[in-house]
Design a binder for this molecule. Sequence first.
Ligand SMILES: Nc1ncnc2c1ncn2[C@@H]1O[C@H](COP(=O)(O)OP(=O)(O)OP(=O)(O)O)[C@@H](O)[C@H]1O
Ligand SMILES: [Mg+2]
Length: 167
Amino acid sequence: MTESVGKIIGRTLHGGDVVTLIGELGAGKTTLVHGIVMGLGAPSDSVASPTFMLMHQYSGRLALTHMDLYRLRTPEEAESIGLSECFTENDATVIEWADRFPCLLPEDRLEVRLAHKTFTTRTAQLIPRGARSHALLARMKKAMGHIRKRGRSPQPRLQTRRKASSR
Ligand SMILES: Nc1ncnc2c1ncn2[C@@H]1O[C@H](COP(=O)(O)OP(=O)(O)OP(=O)(O)O)[C@@H](O)[C@H]1O
Ligand SMILES: [Mg+2]
């Protein structure tokens, strides 16, 4: 499920889109990034949980910057590795552990909340936080409709919330 959601995001991302991933250890954040990179048509074998890496760039249909904020302790540290410079009009960005420094994130982002349901299953909640991310979610739903019509199954069911409470 996690990778399939990622693939749909990767197929429908536009330059400038920001996807933020929130979820406990092992919730599937890196797995989702793997799917996004596949959906972008970039080589996905280098996608790893960036325990030793804070930032990685992939080049497919679009350039994608992948960041992991887990090991960073202060907003200053996040700034020093160039977090705010990632948000450009041309490139897409995906951020693991985005809830570490919400003040450094663009307001308009597609927030993906991943959680363990059982040991072997996960839930994903998608929360668009502005016009750009609403448009991304709409493209994802349309893409899923096309896939269903072509009879490819099983497909993930997206759990979405129109308006999220503030942090
Ligand atoms: N939908 C799913 N169903 C079952 N297992 C899954 C699912 N999604 C991810 N996993 C598995 O969960 C494990 C942890 O996944 P992953 O590394 O993507 O988590 P993470 O959220 O990035 O963890 P971390 O917080 O350590 O970075 C992996 O073995 C992965 O294959
Ligand atoms: Mg990870």
